[in-house]
Design a protein around this ligand. Structure first.
Ligand code: XMP
Length: 512
């Protein structure tokens, strides 16, 4: 096991992903609770992340002192290098904000960190962090690589197995970074690269059995990947002690509800309650046009319906959730203040506070791509595992203005044509998310010899890594023209199609 101490870098999660890709289990702990995590985990090595703080500043974060005396290897990256140097008796000077940039480093002495990867005298590209810098190395340390602006690009104490880099090995812009991390984790720390999805699956099943015993578990299915993988895994562990509840709010894509029900009932034989609550949701949403009001109404109703169903089933001891690792990691905040609510997110996440049940969260340690890998391991169909994210409030937030049954029907048809064309063109997997939006605006058109006065459909497609930032997808015009023609010809109620070319920020992915 490897412990990663988070000093607030934007790319700390990437360190964890690289280590896991190597096949070694690791966890991230914020510097505030790193001492605790260190004592609990007894890791074979510790990596210090980068971060925005400045070591010479009073109150800037430090690593727990005991990691330096445990006799295990350490790797400090960027800010991690600086605090390591400072805590071991070196000097750091600075005052500039951290910033990335490409640089070439020259290897000046051998190090176990780049053995078999970099040769002495060679020059190699890295992604360097500019900002504060170490001006005096701690006792025992010497320079192993340098660049024009960074005399201590790599510095280490090979004897104590303490390594530090001013660049970021975890980002793709450092092409050999993965190999250096592998050297650290496998060769230097001695971790066996044997952490696989098959191993995780077996381990997770044991843990679920131990936690649940003979208790009853209820799991809310959203139709998304996370809850589906959690449900299949739990079912494999405890069989029919699990019941799934699928609250169908009538705001799903064309054919989606049937797909979920068929997959779970027929392919997996998982007990499933399909609650058809469309009428209730549409009744309560009638006349609601404010986006936040829509989100809150849907969230509230969802919990009401789910709770009522759980009661009907005679209650349960546990609530299963598809919580992922990124939701669990405490983010390191230096600003202190509360962040602004852009959108009230609706997930099954609000449930546990209301219902008196313990949680089963078998995906808590996984990243999204790992959940997909686990889904494949469990035999879920590729088309299901690789699907785009879909928001909890569903089509309600893709239908600005008042939601009606008629508008939802129009939107479903346009959306289905759009996605069909994307799949046919082989673009589905290149796109993070693609969907149609039905605008509450009508425009004039002419079809044959007739005047039309119908709704406008906007198409959205974005690329993204995590949904936090996004770029619009650069379709070619012929493709867009083909989709527009099909939608206008085949969907009654739409006579104009536009393409959304807004990135995020300043836009958001969804329209509401
Ligand atoms: P935005 O629109 O904020 O969306 O750029 C970022 C990502 O989050 C999804 N999204 C949601 N997911 N419940 C969810 O589970 C929600 O309430 C919700 N709202 C937005 C959105 O589809 C995109 O992937």
């Amino acid at each position: 096991k490897i412990l990663i101490i988070d000093f607030g870098s934007q790319v700390t999660q990437l360190i964890a992903r690289r280590v896991r890709e190597i096949g070694v289990y690791c966890e991230i702990a914020p510097f505030q609770s790193a001492a605790e995590a260190f004592a609990r985990m007894r890791p074979k090595g510790v990596i210090f992340s980068g971060g925005p703080a400045s070591v010479p500043d009073e109150g800037s974060p430090r690593a727990p002192q005991e990691v330096f005396t445990a006799g295990i290897p350490l790797l400090g990256i960027c800010y991690g290098q600086q605090t390591m140097a400072h805590q071991l008796g070196g000097r750091v000077e600075g005052g500039h904000a951290a910033e990335f940039g490409r640089a070439d480093v020259e290897v000046v002495a051998p190090s176990a960190l780049f053995e078999g990867v970099w040769k002495q005298g060679g020059r190699y590209p890295v992604w360097m962090s500019h900002g504060d810098r170490v001006t005096e190395l701690p006792p025992g340390f010497s320079v192993k690589a340098r660049s024009e602006n960074a005399p201590f690009a790599v510095a280490s104490d090979e004897e104590r197995r303490f390594y530090s880099t001013m660049f970021h090995p975890e980002v793709v812009h450092t092409p050999d970074g993965g190999k250096l991390l592998r050297n650290f984790v496998v060769n230097i720390c001695g971790c066996k690269p044997d952490w696989t999805m098959a191993a995780y699956r077996a381990e997770a099943i044991e843990k679920i059995r131990a936690q649940v015993g003979s208790g009853r578990v209820i799991c809310g299915l959203s139709g998304g990947v996370d809850s589906a993988v959690a449900a299949v895994l739990i079912h494999e562990a405890i069989g029919d002690q699990l019941t799934c509840v699928f609250v169908d709010h009538g705001l799903l894509r064309l054919g989606e509800a049937e797909r979920v029900v068929t997959l779970f009932r027929d392919s997996y034989n998982i007990p499933l309650v399909h609650v058809e609550a469309e009428d209730l949701f549409l009744k309560e949403l009638a006349g609601v046009t404010d986006p936040e009001m829509k989100r809150k109404t849907i969230g509230r109703l969802f919990i009401d319906v789910f709770e009522a169903e759980a009661k009907k089933l005679g209650g349960a001891d546990f609530l299963a959730q598809g919580t992922l690792y990124p939701d669990v990691i405490e983010s390191v905040s230096f600003t202190g203040g509360p962040s602004v609510t852009i959108k009230s997110h609706h997930n099954v996440g609000g449930l546990p506070e209301r219902m008196n049940m313990k949680l089963v969260e078998p995906l808590r340690e996984l990243f999204k791509d790992e959940v997909r890998a686990l889904g494949r391991e469990l035999g879920l169909p590729e088309a299901f595992v690789g699907r785009h994210p879909f928001p909890g409030p569903g089509l309600a937030i893709r239908c600005p203005g008042e939601i009606t049954r008629e508008k939802l029907e129009i939107l479903r048809q346009a959306d289905a044509i759009y996605l069909e064309e994307i799949r046919r063109a082989g673009l589905y997997d290149d796109i993070w998310q693609a969907f149609a939006v039905l605008l509450p605006v009508r425009t004039v058109g002419v079809m044959g010899d007739h005047r039309t006065y119908d709704y406008v459909c906007a198409l959205r497609a974005v690329t993204s890594v995590d949904g936090m930032t996004a770029d619009f997808y650069p379709f070619d015009m012929a493709f867009l023209g083909r989709v527009a023609t099909r939608i206008i010809n085949e969907v009654r109620g739409i006579n104009r199609v536009t393409y959304d070319v807004t990135s995020k920020p300043p836009g958001t992915i969804e329209w509401e």
